[in-house]
Ligand binder design. Structure first.
Ligand code: XMP
Length: 519
């Protein structure tokens, strides 16, 4: 199947991924490439159109991100956004200058010329701006299509089929942004709206089937949406030649080990080998208090267990001679983009072990059926595959599990304590109808004891922090303003039901400067 593709060249804007997501929302496939991508790579995708993203630099900065200006002469329509507009002006002989008045936030734009990009839009657009430079002189052949009271807001060369806007159509604050992107992708570029869940499922199943041939694959399940959707997709392609491995690392949530197994086997029909290695993990974690060390211990141990199990499966495999040659991973598109972005992979703030490298001696080839998808698309696919909402809407849970929510040493006793508290938080958030509204909600066990009084007894016990955040993608987050009633119930239930905790605090730190997890 030949999917219509829009290529987005990334000049480093924080909104670049958003452009891709918006376009995919109306079922057009879009790909983000670093602006430095060779022209041949862009051409090889046979795009229907090219979008040049915004970026944090000025075209005059010495390290300003640049692209091959051949993209402007490929013969397919081009849309420049913000820095993209300045790139076009700069490269085609116009002039960009530092703006007298920088524009950030809401702005009103007046449309001053008819152009297919603005077809059907009102004469005044309500937009989001974020720029310090502006176009002063337009290249030959270009006309002004829109302006703010201060500056150029839109330009076009209808003959060369190049359009550009100074504002950001991809952000929700630009009211007519979706219409504008549709005008570009559908009317101007003539892209087909063929990026649908059915299309994705069908083409992925075909591709995986061809890739794996008669081979066998294994997949590590975490119980979360990504690995589950990846497994279900691959199982559609190769049936019971896929074996899933689900490891109890000792830091799962309460009853999770059993619940996940039941769902995966009974509701999703997956072949699951469940391995209870909690003892082994907890022994390795004894005495470890450093957060990064905990992640490494769990990551290494996970790979060791996984390797052992894969060998066992292979040895007892009915196919015998058929080696397990494939490993299924739930890698998503943001990880793929991130690792090839203009500035290279961004500075690692925490080592997320499931994204980190696999050991070199594990000679498995990777199948990554979700590597073209954003999280919201994974959910759409999961729904289309008939997966239960309980999995699709599950809040993210870190690979190292409760270990990074137990500050200080992780012991069986502290895990049990946190499991109880965590269960209460999740229960109450669900009861209040907030589970899907917040990005994550959980409890953290602090290495702090304080004095309390229960009945007539003085207590000296542990402190638990409750964390609930709102976020779009986990990159930035704000603490959730949970209703006092919900906080009150959570707090009183934890203190009265969880032995060992006598104080509950609410974390009111946003990200940045905090992170979502405490470790
Ligand atoms: P932070 O704490 O960095 O978390 O703000 C951002 C998102 O990533 C999740 N997270 C992890 N996920 N392995 C994972 O699979 C990890 O080591 C890890 N650390 C954080 C976190 O739950 C949040 O959704």
């Amino acid at each position: 199947m030949d999917t219509s593709t829009i290529v987005i060249l990334d000049f480093g804007s924080q909104y670049t991924q958003l452009i891709a997501r918006r376009i995919r929302e109306f079922n057009v496939f879009s790909v983000v490439l670093p602006c430095t991508a060779p022209l041949e790579q862009v051409k090889a995708l046979n795009p229907k159109g090219v979008i040049l993203s915004g970026g944090p630099c000025s075209v005059y900065d010495t390290d300003a991100p640049d692209a091959d200006e051949g993209v402007l002469a490929m013969g397919v329509p081009v849309l420049g956004i913000c820095y993209g507009l300045q790139f076009i002006v700069h490269h085609l002989g116009g002039k960009v200058v530092g703006a007298a008045a920088r524009e950030y936030g809401h702005a009103e734009v007046t449309v001053v010329a008819e152009t297919p990009l603005f077809r059907g839009l009102p004469g005044t657009l309500d937009v989001w701006m974020s720029h310090g430079d502006e176009a002063e002189a337009l290249p030959v052949g270009f006309q002004l299509t829109a302006k703010t009271s201060n500056a150029v807001a839109g330009i076009a060369d209808d003959a060369r089929r190049i359009w550009a806007v100074q504002f950001h159509p991809e952000v929700a604050h630009t009211r007519q942004g979706m219409e504008l992107l549709k005008n570009f992708c559908l009317d101007i570029c003539g892209a087909e709206q063929d990026w649908t869940p059915e299309h994705f499922i069908q083409s992925t199943v075909e591709r995986v089937r061809a890739q794996v041939g008669t081979g066998h694959a294994i997949c590590g399940l975490s119980g979360g949406v990504d690995s589950s959707v990846a497994a279900v997709l691959v199982a559609r392609a190769i049936g019971d030649r896929l074996t899933c491995i689900f490891v109890n690392n000792g830091v799962l949530r309460k009853d999770e080990f059993l619940k996940v197994q039941t769902t995966m086997r009974e509701q999703l029909g997956l072949k699951v080998v469940a391995v209870d290695s909690s003892q082994r993990f907890l022994e390795k974690l004894a005495g470890v208090t450093d957060p990064e060390r905990k992640r490494k211990v769990i990551g290494n141990e996970f790979i060791a267990v996984f390797d052992d199990e894969a060998k066992k499966i292979w040895e007892s495999s009915v196919a015998g001679a058929e080696e397990i040659a494939w490993l299924v991973q739930g890698t998503l598109y943001p990880d793929v983009i991130e690792s090839s972005s203009v500035h290279g992979p961004s500075h690692t703030i925490k080592s997320h072990h499931n994204v980190g490298g696999l050991p070199a001696d594990m000679k498995l080839k990777l199948i990554e059926p979700l590597r073209d998808l954003f999280k919201d698309e994974v959910r759409r696919i999961g729904r289309d595959l008939g997966m239960p909402e309980e999995i699709i809407e599950r809040q993210p849970f870190p690979g190292p599990g409760l270990a990074v929510r137990i500050l200080g040493e992780v012991t069986a006793e502290r895990v049990a304590m946190l499991q109880e508290a965590d269960q209460i938080v999740v229960d109450e958030i669900k009861k209040a109808g907030l589970y899907r509204k917040v990005w994550q909600s959980f409890a953290v066990l602090l290495p702090v004891k304080s004095v309390g009084v229960m009945g007539d007894q003085r207590t000296y016990a542990n402190t638990c922090a409750v964390r609930a955040v709102e976020s779009e993608d986990g990159m930035t987050a704000d603490w959730a303003p949970l209703p006092y009633e919900v906080l009150r119930t959570i707090s009183s239930r934890i203190v009265s039901e969880v032995r060992g905790i006598n104080r509950v605090v609410y974390d009111i730190t946003s990200k940045p400067p905090g992170t979502i997890e405490w470790e």
